[in-house]
Design a protein. Structure first.
Length: 76
């Protein structure tokens, strides 16, 4: 599997891109990323490459979201 690295100009751009990526797999499996991650973390789902990537993307989304939220709180 070939991975490419994409760099974004802002955390917002990265958050939007990650959200879109999550939306694709959520639709494919008819499952929210939050519910998927809860099941995956408990070992209820297989460790397929696609699920590992989904879990990583969701963790990245959460980190980006917290970062953006923190920055917005500092502005207010």
């Amino acid at each position: 599997m070939h991975k490419s690295r994409i760099e974004y100009n802002s955390s917002i751009d990265a958050l939007v891109a990650t959200s879109k990526k999550l939306s694709i797999v959520e639709n494919k499996f008819s499952l929210s990323s939050e519910e998927f991650y809860n099941r995956y973390s408990k070992g209820l789902l297989e460790d397929s490459a696609e699920f590992i990537e989904w879990a990583n993307d969701y963790q990245h989304y959460l980190a980006l979201y917290r970062n953006v939220e923190r920055r917005l709180q500092n502005v207010a």
